[in-house]
Write a protein that binds this ligand. Structure first.
Ligand SMILES: Cc1cc2nc3c(=O)[nH]c(=O)nc-3n(C[C@H](O)[C@H](O)[C@H](O)COP(=O)(O)OP(=O)(O)OC[C@H]3O[C@@H](n4cnc5c(N)ncnc54)[C@H](O)[C@@H]3O)c2cc1C
Length: 530
């Protein structure tokens, strides 16, 4: 059906920063002054275009791979390999900024379609090449860092050519997508049919459909549309032992739901080549508004009430007192929101009648619980700036401020304890003068996620500084009944806590799945499976 334009015309992310290189900006003067004051900031420029370790791959492999995908899609030049090195967590950025590209793949291979993916995998198995499926490259937990020991080389399997909308079922309201489609490309193709997927993570502009599935992503409209894994009704994947095609009906009692085995599998069990998702009619109206709460506890109790009354809007997020005081969406307004309390953003999407009815019902509940309506301005400002914050992280790293995020989730009854413990652990670890901010942006009838953002004066070795703190926070999450990840996945970074969450039997199940799908272990070695 429809396809996105020429692969080499598509915008590439900056190898050492988030997003579109053209949108990289320095901190505005006003914000710089404040940042200097709070953090004692100092310019910390990145090493420009650091050298990439030479490709270790035997040239004979390049010829053979060219025979599968075409010579122009087997790439070993430094710029391409630099851009496929690791993901976009702060540790990834710090390593790249310091000039460390030791995890660069030896070759980037760009297959077009399921059959070419399967053929590349078969070749990799025969020649013991490690294969790293690469979607948008926005991973934040080390999912793109394959262990290279014992392998003949590391092959980045870039799915950038696989960007077709393969089918639309207008009766069932499903669409079948190729994995390389980025968020905006997907929405543009679906909009031609009057449809939307409704998955808008903060990484929306660069992350891919395959990556969303492989990491169990959750977007900013999850209250109305659900997490990405809840949208998936069918999957096709190529694995070293053959093809999978799962999902003949929306629901089934034919044993355990095997689609779930591929969701969150982070490229360790197979390469997802086609995904069938539930889609919805495009909204006529999108309306966002703000509400103020006296405290984070009051606001989160209101979220729980809405969720348990099955009265969720499309977007529902609540910043704690610290995050409310700092406007993350707009760098020029840093420090500008000092009215106290906690800001909630409530968004409604649908037909005019649906939006009017739900807005009135939700507003009545929120007002009854003590919320103060702030009108549309704070909600619209959030919607307008929702994809800007990652650029701000780079601007802060440039001036010696360490910035990172982490997330977890738990049941409502444990939220206060988990929130307090993680916040305290982060503050203790990062020391005096650090900022620890939190919001809730994914809610369920039974619980919610907690998403933390930290900022602190960077130490001489900011990577070591953060890894110590991350270690302590991982322990605090586990000890206080949270999941080690609600939507960022395990990768390599969260592996130390996986056994505590799923138990030894769970670990053995994962190892068994790995042995079944990938007996020689070429797929993303070192990722996900302990
Ligand atoms: C600034 C920023 C904001 C973010 N915001 C959010 C957010 O709001 N919500 C959220 O959920 N996440 C968020 N993330 C995390 C990240 O965007 C998600 O994990 C995303 O789902 C990854 O998609 P990707 O296409 O970039 O995958 P990649 O980074 O390319 O890959 C991620 C993992 O999936 C594997 N993989 C990729 N494609 C396939 C495939 N087709 N088959 C099998 N395995 C595959 C890779 O090998 C890797 O292990 C954010 C990240 C950043 C940097």
């Amino acid at each position: 059906m429809s396809q996105i334009a020429d692969v080499d015309q598509q915008p590439e992310m900056h190898p050492q920063r988030w997003g579109d290189p053209a949108r990289a900006t320095a901190l505005p003067d006003g914000a710089r002054g404040l940042v200097d004051l709070v953090f004692g900031a100092h310019d910390t420029p990145a090493v420009e275009a650091p050298p990439v370790p030479p490709s270790q791959l035997d040239p004979a492999h390049l010829d053979a791979l060219a025979g599968i995908v075409g010579a122009e899609h087997v790439l070993v030049d430094d710029d391409v390999r630099r851009g496929r090195t690791r993901g976009k967590s702060t540790p990834d950025l710090l390593r790249a900024r310091s000039g460390d590209l030791a995890d660069a793949p030896d070759v980037v291979v760009r297959p077009d379609g399921h059959d070419q993916v399967a053929a590349v995998l078969a070749y990799a198995v025969d020649h013991h090449l490690a294969v790293v499926p690469y979607g948008g490259g926005t991973a934040v937990t080390g999912g793109l860092v394959a262990a290279r020991d014992g392998f003949a080389g590391v092959l980045s399997l870039d799915l950038v050519r696989m960007k077709r909308l393969l089918a639309v079922d207008d009766v069932s309201l499903t669409a079948t997508l190729e994995p390389g489609l980025r968020g905006p490309e997907t929405e543009a193709l679906l909009a031609e049919h009057g449809l939307t997927l409704g998955h808008f993570p903060q990484s929306f502009e660069f992350a891919s459909i395959g990556g969303f599935a492989a990491t169990r992503s959750s977007g900013q409209s999850s209250a109305g549309f659900g997490r990405f894994d809840a949208m998936v009704v069918g999957l096709r994947a190529a694995t070293p032992v053959g093809d999978l095609d799962w999902g003949v009906a929306p629901a089934s009692a034919a044993g355990p739901d095997l689609r779930q085995v591929l969701l969150g599998s982070e490229g360790a069990f197979g390469v997802i080549t086609e995904i069938t998702v539930r889609v919805r009619r495009l909204a006529e109206i999108k309306q966002y508004e703000g509400w103020r709460w006296a405290s984070f506890a009051d606001g989160s109790a209101a979220m729980r009430t809405l969720a348990q009354a099955q009265l969720l809007p499309t977007v529902l997020r609540l910043s704690d007192e610290s995050e409310t005081a700092i406007n993350l969406a707009d760098p020029s307004a840093i420090g500008g929101q000092g009215d106290g309390g906690c800001l909630m953003v409530v968004g409604h999407e649908g037909t005019a009648e649906q939006v009017a009815a739900r807005q009135a019902a939700v507003a009545a509940v929120l007002a009854g619980l003590g919320g103060t309506a702030l009108g549309s301005e704070p909600g619209e400002a959030w919607a307008h700036g929702r994809f800007n914050a990652p650029y701000l992280r780079d601007s802060l790293l440039d001036v010696g401020v360490l910035v990172e995020t982490l997330e977890t989730a738990t049941f409502w009854s444990r939220v206060p304890q988990l929130y307090a413990s993680v916040k305290q652990t982060l503050a203790d670890g990062l020391g005096e003068g650090s900022l620890v901010l939190c919001h809730i942006s994914h809610v369920y009838e039974t619980g919610c996620s907690l998403y933390f953002t930290v900022a602190a004066k960077a130490a001489v070795d900011p990577l070591a500084q953060w890894l110590v703190v991350k270690d302590a926070v991982g322990d605090a999450i586990v000890e206080n009944g949270g999941t080690i990840t609600h939507h960022h996945a395990i990768g390599t970074d969260h592996k130390p806590w996986l056994a505590a969450e799923v138990g030894q039997v769970g670990v053995e199940v994962l190892r068994g799945l790995k042995r079944t799908f990938d007996p020689t272990g070429v797929l993303n070695p070192g990722v996900l499976v302990p």
